[in-house]
Design a protein around this ligand. Structure first.
Ligand code: PGA
Ligand code: ZN
Length: 428
């Protein structure tokens, strides 16, 4: 009987192909089939506002195909060396499988095989193993995560909705990348989703009323032509007030500043004032913004290399606001350890493709949890309809999930998956 089970979960085949993501760019999709016939498909997302310290996404750079964005080499890496190494291995042994790929790649940033090829296999292996065990993916992932950190599944993470897209995701009008509405943590997920959707519609109505652009950006939020970043925040507050939800009680504000992407030599240059801000001045600016608008989440408010400024900001605002490191930490164990030692932030954005394997993702998450760093599992701006990260967020019991606006198929695929899990676990 035992022998039968072991044989069943061995990897029979691994096949990758080039598919499209939500931005019409190629990405990698991989199918893993086990000897038992159980199988899973996983695809990987892609960022636009990449952090300097992320694992490397392999692109063909052939200008004759997809403007250089093709991933045929990454696909070949899966179908060739990765598949031949992993064939016959037990899909339940995620750690060994991931470690084998890390060793095969042999570089610290995975630039040899590509984090995109490696991650697609890592995720599809887990999916196939869960299918073979006939248990939901979140249950299976939680069981693996227990090896790194003990946690049961008691709750669905709180969603944070990106309703206005600026920076690299917008049309170039706003400097800040994401303007969020965050329902109160106490709300059941289905209610939080409804709050997000109703406020999203309220924002749209205001933009139409003002004759402002109301087409959407990469993550499904609106990308309006407003005068300043503060205008966007004020408009969201106005939109919340036009709904039955109470600002500061039922729903809060969040920002992903993505500051590394507009810091110039002279400092932080934004349209809210002609002169650029020094690090110190920018911290004062956020203090004032918090006094005026009550922020709950503040992601990448400063450049990814300015550790001293991060420390000062966290010291001054960290009690009131979750200070989230995305580009700062890049889901990287060493960078997280440094942030913990230096008290540089209080939360981490967790993106599987910043690190490249599920096992390393779990390692980083466990370190965060041991040090009470809050966790936010995140999509990328270029996505597919794969909802793996919804199961992953439940499995590790992250405090928040960031899957974009409550609109556009590739975003709602993840939110809708959380609705299914909520119902399955009877958590509403
Ligand atoms: P990206 O943006 O996926 O384009 O990198 C997401 C983020 O900065 O959080
Ligand atoms: Zn970010």
């Amino acid at each position: 009987m035992n022998r039968q089970v072991v044989t069943d979960s061995k990897i029979y085949s691994i096949t990758a192909r080039e598919i499209l993501d939500s931005r019409a760019n190629p990405t990698v999709e991989t199918q893993v089939i086990l000897n038992s016939g159980y199988r899973a498909i996983a695809s990987v997302p892609a960022g636009a506002s990449l952090g300097k310290y992320e694992a490397v996404e392999l692109r063909d750079k052939d200008p004759k195909r997809f403007g250089g964005m093709g991933v045929l080499q990454a696909v070949r890496n899966v179908n060739g060396p990765i598949a031949s190494k992993l064939r016959g291995m037990d899909a339940r042994d995620q750690h060994t499988i991931d470690q084998t790929m890390v060793t095969l790649d042999g570089t610290t940033d995975k630039h040899a095989l590509g984090a995109n090829s490696i991650l697609s296999v890592s995720l599809a292996v887990a999916g196939a193993a869960a299918a073979c065990a006939k248990i939901p993916l979140y249950t299976y992932l939680n069981a693996i995560f227990q090896n790194y950190y003990k946690t049961g599944i008691n709750t669905i993470p709180t969603p944070t909705f990106n309703v206005i897209n600026g920076g690299k995701h917008g049309t170039g009008n706003l400097d800040f990348q994401e303007f969020h509405v965050v329902p109160a943590t106490a709300k059941p997920f289905s209610e939080a989703l409804r709050i997000g959707a109703e406020i999203y519609h309220s924002v749209k109505k205001i933009l139409i009323y003002r004759n402002a652009v109301h087409s959407v950006g990469d993550e499904g939020g609106f990308a309006p032509d407003l005068f300043t970043n503060t205008d966007a925040l004020e408009m969201i507050v106005e939109a919340i007030r036009a709904t039955p939800y109470r600002f500061g009680t039922d729903v809060f504000l969040g920002l992903d500043v993505a500051a590394s992407h507009f810091k110039k030599e002279k400092g932080y240059q934004i349209k809210d004032r002609p002169a650029s801000f020094s690090g110190k001045e920018f911290i004062e600016y956020f203090k004032k913004m918090h006094e005026d608008h009550r922020l709950l989440l503040l992601e990448d408010p400063l450049n990814e290399d300015d550790w001293d400024d991060w420390k000062s900001l966290t010291e001054e605002l960290g009690k009131d606001i979750l200070i989230i490191g995305d580009d700062l930490l890049a889901t990287n164990l060493m960078r997280l350890q440094k942030a913990i030692d230096e008290k540089a932030c209080s939360a981490i954005l967790l993106k599987p493709n910043q690190i490249g394997t599920l096992s390393e993702f779990f390692q980083v998450t466990a370190l965060a949890k041991k040090h009470e760093i809050k966790c936010i599992v995140s999509h990328r701006s270029g996505e597919t309809n794969d909802s793996f990260i919804a199961d992953l967020a439940v499995a590790i019991q992250s405090e928040y999930v960031k899957f974009g606006a409550p609109a556009r198929g590739e975003r709602v695929a993840k939110y809708n998956r959380l609705l299914q899990i909520e119902a399955e676990l009877n958590l509403n």
